[in-house]
Design a protein around this ligand. Structure first.
Ligand SMILES: [Zn+2]
Length: 474
């Protein structure tokens, strides 16, 4: 068979690809739980976007299926095995500060600007046209090819959960919802709270400072950039303030303090970062807790702040907790205490995300923590665990995607391991494959989100060849 020029096949369809991409981008496909119906359980917008793709696919001769109005698929080809391409059509709220209408899909300087241009409607249309090209060329395939369309990726993944309860799991696949070249390893993600259980007595009379409240952070997966404590100081309040100032200067953090109704209020401003690498930020809560741990507190408060200081301050690798672990594929286990709080009534808690390597066993880590916490008067609550995800480099899927990427771009296809989770982890044997090319800024979820038309076309060619190469063998 003659060589297929994938890029020229894409160029032939460029006008339609852009027009259909803009059509999908015009739909405000935001989660809207206040306006639902049985036909649109996550709101009208995401349902409209799902229907848009299902109708388009039906018109082009694919077999469409709506799966519970939460997800759907478009399929073609025949064969025992199923190749899956996992996309999503929901978007995060547009936010403020846009140069043009966030749903206008305006083209400026070779880029399409819209919420969802990069995440994930642009790549969804690239994958769709890739399927269309393979189908229209009438190439012989030995697998069925199926685009799976989710509508809840940005929130709770109810789409894929429902979908895979009712539909076949592809034997291999990819999700165009992250970075090129190929993300083949994703750490496990365990989120949980460590909650103080003892001692129950509120305290000793000799304590000089009573913590009225302490709070920092709202999310497990963010390094908190703000912390606030309210104290009642019996004696030498000025000294406490001086120590606080000296401490904050020493660690080079912004801070505030003031007295209100005889209460001393201390605030620390840190540096926010994604919780998968706490070293990229400065955890305001940990710095304030470290300072408070050195004050004369009642037993309950002292136990909490000393616990935080001993096990979390200056240690994002779980060394002090005794759970440090690393492997060659995904690197070190990390711990981010993203939510810290204490009140005399309910005691203290530390909410965290633990990102653990693919060869690490969370059951063992958790057992170690349970033993340690029992002695310390803490317990684990609200535990949730998403297992690590890894497809071995030697697998046919990876070898094929590498070859395709290298042929299409002329660049080496290095494998990427990450501490975050991508949509690909909902596939049994799937990887994240594009659409963001190396060196391109990641503007997903930001104002003025865009996708280069050049990249949209290039991704389409890559996906088309990938579908063909993955699908042509049994
Ligand atoms: Zn996405």
């Amino acid at each position: 068979m003659t060589e297929i020029n994938w890029m020229s096949e894409v160029e032939k369809r460029k006008a339609d690809l852009i027009k259909d991409t803009q059509g999908l981008l015009h739909i405000k496909s935001l989660l809207d739980e206040e306006h639902t119906s049985p036909e649109a359980p996550l709101g009208q917008g995401v349902k409209e976007a799902l229907d848009y793709l299902l109708h388009l696919g039906e018109k082009d001769g694919f077999t469409p299926k709506n799966v519970g109005n939460l997800a759907g698929h478009l399929e073609f080809g025949e064969g025992k095995e199923l190749l899956g391409i996992l996309c999503h059509v929901d978007v995060v709220p547009e936010g403020d500060g846009w140069t043009s209408d966030p749903f206008g899909a305006e083209i400026r300087d070779g880029k399409i600007y819209a919420r969802g241009a990069l995440d994930d409607k642009g790549p969804t249309m690239a994958a769709y046209y890739a399927m269309k090209i393979v189908k229209e060329l009438g190439l012989p395939l030995k697998k069925r090819v199926r685009m799976i369309i989710g509508t809840d990726e940005e929130s709770n993944w109810r789409c894929v959960k429902h979908y895979f309860q009712h539909e076949e799991m592809p034997s291999l696949g990819f999700a165009p919802d992250a970075d090129f070249p190929i993300i083949n390893a994703e750490k496990g993600i365990a989120d949980f709270d460590m909650v103080q259980t003892g001692p129950i007595e509120a305290g000793e009379t000799e304590a000089n400072a009573k913590i009225v409240s302490f709070v920092s952070g709202k999310r497990y997966n963010m390094v908190p950039d703000h912390a606030k404590a309210t104290l009642l100081v019996k004696e030498h309040q000025d000294e406490v303030v001086q120590q606080f100032i000296a401490n904050m200067k020493e660690v080079d953090l912004e801070y505030n303090y003031h007295v209100q109704n005889e209460e001393l209020i201390l605030e620390v401003i840190g540096v926010s970062a994604h919780g998968m690498e706490p070293r990229n930020g400065k955890n305001a809560g940990l710095f304030l807790a470290e300072f408070l741990s050195k004050q004369e507190l009642d037993t309950k408060a002292k136990n909490y702040f000393q616990f935080v200081s001993r096990y979390f301050f200056d240690d994002s690798r779980g060394v002090n907790l005794g759970v440090a672990y690393s492997d060659e594929i995904t690197g070190e286990l990390t711990i981010n205490p993203g939510k810290l709080s204490f009140t005399p009534e309910s005691g203290g808690s530390i909410g965290m995300t633990c990102r653990y390597p693919v060869t690490n066993k969370m059951e063992e880590t958790k057992a170690k923590l349970d033993t340690l916490l029992k002695d310390e008067g803490f317990t684990i609550e609200n535990f949730s665990d998403s297992k690590p995800h890894h497809v071995d480099e030697q697998e046919f899927l990876i070898q094929t995607l590498k070859k395709v990427y290298e042929e299409q771009t002329g660049e080496k296809a290095e494998l990427i391991a990450i501490g975050g989770g991508t949509y690909a982890r909902s596939l049994k044997a799937g990887v994240a494959f594009g659409p963001l090319f190396p060196g391109r800024p990641d503007i997903a979820h930001q104002k003025d989100e865009y996708m280069y038309i050049e990249d949209l076309l290039k991704a389409t060619a890559i996906y088309a060849q990938a579908i063909y190469e993955l699908g042509k063998t049994e």
